[in-house]
Write a protein that binds this ligand. Structure first.
Ligand code: ZN
Length: 266
């Protein structure tokens, strides 16, 4: 069974940016695994880090369970994700355990360093995952694990949209592919709603259900690229086409032409 791994910085990043596409891949027969670098330990104004981390690990696992996916938290702390040897070896351990055909992560330019560093870590750890002399480490908090063999091949690497589709200069990020997620929008909303602590926090600040409204607004904005009235919500992706990484169009192959639109031909 082909397998997709989504690796992002914090709990709920996956749900916001690419859960619709993961739901479609699952329905198309793909095995899906979700992973976050952190447990979201800064995601509360009232609970201490250890307590909110426990809550958010459970929420992320509940979201993954709705999708029938596995979930791994790599145990790194919020705002400390860095392109270091140690973090690269930890991400390699994840890749050798999951062995994905597609790897989805943040784009290399996003609104904060945790996201950008995760993107670089994902790319370089994927590269290292196939190299026998590059040693992996287990996630933080996991004592020992038998050394896993190197991966046979590099995964196809896809960058999801930046948060709010925003570029640092205030522009709108361009996508290479857009995926029509209209039929699975409510499933995506249910996965995001599983992050109840974050939903409640935003609700308090805004006096309404901003968490889900926000996700829907971004989906509507990306759907404009599809240019079809029936497509109400979409997610965008840019493939990483650098040296050695697979270059074929994995999304259209997996989901079909009706569901994926290519905006930029190579
Ligand atoms: Zn994040």
């Amino acid at each position: 069974m082909p397998r997709v791994l989504a690796l992002m910085a914090h709990p709920d990043d996956i749900e916001i940016t690419c859960a619709g596409t993961l739901i479609l891949l699952k329905a198309a027969g793909w095995d899906v695994h979700l992973a976050t670098m952190t447990a979201g330990d800064l995601g509360s104004s009232t609970l201490p880090a250890a307590a909110i981390s426990r809550v958010r690990r459970k929420e992320a696992a509940a979201s993954a369970a709705l999708l029938g996916a596995g979930y791994t938290c790599l145990g790194i702390a919020d705002l400390t994700i860095a392109h270091t040897e140690r973090h690269k070896r930890i991400v390699t351990g994840l890749l050798r355990a999951v062995r994905p055909d597609i790897l989805i992560t943040h784009p290399p330019v996003d609104y904060m360093a945790d996201h950008e560093q995760t993107s670089y870590l994902a790319r370089d750890a994927a590269f290292g995952s196939t190299i026998p002399n590059w040693k992996a480490l287990p996630p933080i908090g996991v004592r020992s694990r038998k050394a896993l063999p190197p991966c046979e091949a590099l995964p196809a690497l896809l960058f999801a949209d930046p948060i709010d589709l925003a570029t640092p200069d205030g522009g709108r990020a361009r996508a290479h592919y857009v995926v029509d997620i209209s039929p699975v929008l409510e499933q995506k909303a249910a996965m995001l709603a599983a992050h109840a602590s974050q939903r409640a926090w935003l609700h308090e600040q805004h006096g309404e259900d901003e968490y889900l409204h926000w996700m829907r607004r971004v989906g509507v904005e990306r759907a404009k690229d599809f240019g079809k009235r029936s497509v109400t919500h979409a997610e965008g992706f840019v493939p990483y086409l650098g040296h050695a990484f697979p270059k074929h169009d994995v999304l259209t192959t997996a989901l079909g032409r009706g569901r994926v639109k290519t905006l930029r031909q190579r």
